[in-house]
Ligand binder design. Sequence first.
Ligand code: NDP
Length: 686
Amino acid sequence: MMISTGAPRKLESYVCGEWTRGTGDGVPLLNAATGTPVALVDSTGIDFRGALAWGRDRGGRALRAMSFHERALMLKAMGLALMEMKEEFYAESLATGATRADAWVDIEGGIGTLLAFASKARRELPNTRVLVDGDVEPLSKDGSFIGQHIFTPLQGIAIHINAFNFPCWGMLEKIGPNLLAGVPFIVKPASQTAYLTELMCRRMIDSGILPDGAIQLISGSAGDMLDHVTGQDAVTFTGSASTGQKLKTHPAVIENATRFTMEADSLNASVLGPDAAPGSEEFDLFVKEVAREMTVKAGQKCTAIRRVIAPRQHVDALIAALSAQLDKATLGNPADEGVRMGPLASLDQRDEVRARIAELQADAEIVAGNPDDVRIVSGDAEKGAFLNPVLMLCNSPFAAQAVHDVEAFGPVSTLMPYDTMDEAVELARRGKGSLCASVFTDDPSVAEEMVIGMAPFHGRVLIGNRRSAKTSTGHGSPLAPLVHGGPGRAGGGEEMGGMRGVKHYMQRTAVQGAPRLLSAVTGRWIEGADSQQGTHPFRKSLSELQIGDQLVTASRQITQADVEHFAEFTGDTFYAHMDSAAASANPFFDDRVAHGYLVASFAAGLFVDPAPGPVLANYGVDNMRFLTPVYFGDTLQVRLTCKEINPRATADYGEVRWDCQVTNQDHAVVAQYDVLTMVAKTWAET
Ligand code: NDP
């Protein structure tokens, strides 16, 4: 059991498949609220070169042998197992200074992120090991030479160097994408809160869900780890800009062009729209959001609102409302009920924040909260790292520097007035690139101008208003399906963003060649690749179907009576189908034409095999295009080719994508699309 009572335990690292302790004495880590020792951390003596090599070789090989869906199911199993054990993590988290609500973001937010990746991957990725990126690029007139981009997993290791503020989420949001991609990882949490990451890793390893070598942990310093990176590895870093820049310019990182994703200081802004006057719902929402961002995790969030930008005429009202809201933040030991805000992670961290407040005072005055006179209801006032929320006011933000440069990583925000919307946008941009921004407005023109003005400087922008008040996930919450990261000062990195994040651990390669050979590489049928005809493909189960199985149907003529019947039956009496003069006045047609949906319906009538069989359902079409007008008397024919087969790992059916091409009597393609069906894995003809 890891709960920190009694003598501090010495944290262990997990490298090359074994738990190991550093050979040094270890650095003591203290409870943030009480100052009592929690653990000792030390990584002296670890063979970092060996650890990276072992991960690449063992873990990479095992993960790459799995398909996307198999890896997604592995993540799901891991997420569910961790969720079962969540109370153990909450208990351990108290020592970091996190309240239950703070820890929810870190623990359940992190596990939820893993589960979100697992489910998105099974919905959005094929059950293959290679990803196709974009369409086939025709490179020759006769179709004998084409290009196709593909993604394959990097054959290195993902190295995650994390910050102290999210010991669980910081790891889980990164390992979801790298494991899905088929890349193993080694995580190095920040020492200050490494005991919680160590506990979670221990539980992950004990579960036996991940293959050997997929997971490694460094408790303590990173030693010479970065000396051994290769061009197939990917390093992610979250922390201070100064450390980030040092690591990003590490000689081995530069020499090998190792992928390096950095997330560092970010002076995120939130703007009160000019329409959101005191008394409006948006004003109240803004006050709540700013106060929440200042106090959740005691402001130790990379996405917290550091700069509050508001119309000059509302500044006094805003200070009054924010002060009242911040007064409700009851400070104390997060282990105690009723405590709304815990301490910072360490006394050093509090000293840092106080020093940053002093720097901000060059430009701004404190208008609420005293950083030196701490009011707590529990915890140790001397040894606990408590700090009141501090609101500052900078009356001349265009003449100021520190407020746009200094990140006080705690419960500190600076209010800045603006007179015009251009000024508001310009102030947001002075952060030189941030992870996120928000604007509170109910006016579409304000939303448009502010978001388009701020977007190039931000990875994410949230619009807050009355309509989304109850459902909004909030300014400071990075989400699995959305991009997290920001340009410039925020580090220039990008994480998550749904399946975009998986591709950060894969190589995009343009492959050129003949269709038959490219089809073999991608596992997808491509126009011009081999095809075979015989038994109707709808009579074949998933286990019998082959890529390239093809049906060429009989022909069917389209008559005026067909079109008129369809028009009357469906109610679609659009003039192009019904009125010869109007149709021929249209630049695209010479006369009345058949409905595109009639063409698609006749195509289905031509290609289906009606008797019960292994095809269970048609669940949609992709990329439907009507390419040539169909006139009365034209004759249609369909070529249906099995393009992609995706067996579901946990069901007795899978998805089959069919290339469907409809041509006329002149062999011109009139319609082209992918038909999507569910097909049973096995089927016995009766
Ligand atoms: P650091 O940059 O010092 O540490 C971040 C991570 O880098 C930690 O895991 C740390 O390990 C590791 N690290 C430090 N030096 C090296 C090195 N030479 N080689 C390899 N790894 C290294 O940031 P802190 O966590 O100490 O936080 C300091 C400040 O950073 C905060 O006060 C805040 O201003 C900012 N910060 C910003 C965040 C953001 O996303 N915007 C998030 C967190 C912090 P170890 O802990 O073992 O030293």
